[in-house]
Design a binder for this molecule. Structure first.
Ligand SMILES: C[S@@+](CC[C@H](N)C(=O)[O-])C[C@H]1O[C@@H](n2cnc3c(N)ncnc32)[C@H](O)[C@@H]1O
Length: 174
């Protein structure tokens, strides 16, 4: 399975904090190694780091990256770039090819993304050809990429974990 990181572009601190935080939380919970945020919003980075420190794993978040440089560096290190966009090739047609890559940077936008992203990406991938959101497209992409194996991952270093129960809530702290 490829090592995956997410690059969040187009984040507007005055209106996207909640969505970008959820992009990061979805990325972490669904098997990505970390998220690069192409904006300066330490609050978003802090809330994701806070979750990661309690719930375990080694998810990283890098605040205030330059998105072009991030893509260049990723590619220079041999990684591939998958840009999620409703205009791209259908996920179901390309996901098997993407799964053979060693490292994949998944790019998600906020509103309209800069046009040159389409040319910089190795894969432009649509998760349905309908407009929806960066959170849902990322979640489905990761789930198909990892073939559902990410869903039952354990976090041995977690300070808190959930004991799944049929009814109610059960957490275990250590
Ligand atoms: C609210 S959408 C904005 C889309 C914008 N109208 C555009 O032209 O790129 C925000 C992000 O969600 C993701 N997204 C939305 N629908 C998608 C789809 N059907 N497939 C893949 N990604 C999608 C893309 O990453 C997009 O940049």
């Amino acid at each position: 399975m490829p090592e995956v990181a997410v690059l969040r572009i187009g984040h507007r601190p005055e209106r996207d904090q909640r969505v970008t935080t959820h992009v990061g939380l979805a990325a972490r919970a669904l098997g990505a190694r970390g998220m690069y945020l192409a904006a300066d919003d330490p609050g978003v980075a802090l809330s994701i780091t806070d979750v990661a420190s309690r719930w375990g794993g080694d998810f990283f978040i890098e605040n205030d990256v330059k998105w072009r440089r991030c893509i260049q560096d990723w590619k220079a290190a041999g990684g591939k770039v998958a840009h999620l966009t409703m205009y791209g090739l259908r996920m179901t047609d390309v996901i098997d090819d993407i799964r053979t890559e060693e490292r994949v940077l998944v790019v998600v936008g906020a509103e309209k993304v800069p046009g040159d992203i389409y040319g910089l990406a190795d894969y432009n991938v649509s998760v349905t050809t309908q407009p929806h959101s960066e959170i849902s497209s990322l979640a489905l992409f990761l789930d198909h990429l990892f073939e559902g194996k990410e869903l039952n991952r354990e976090y041995p270093d977690a300070k808190i974990r959930i004991e799944p129960t049929k009814v109610g809530k059960k957490t275990v702290e250590r």
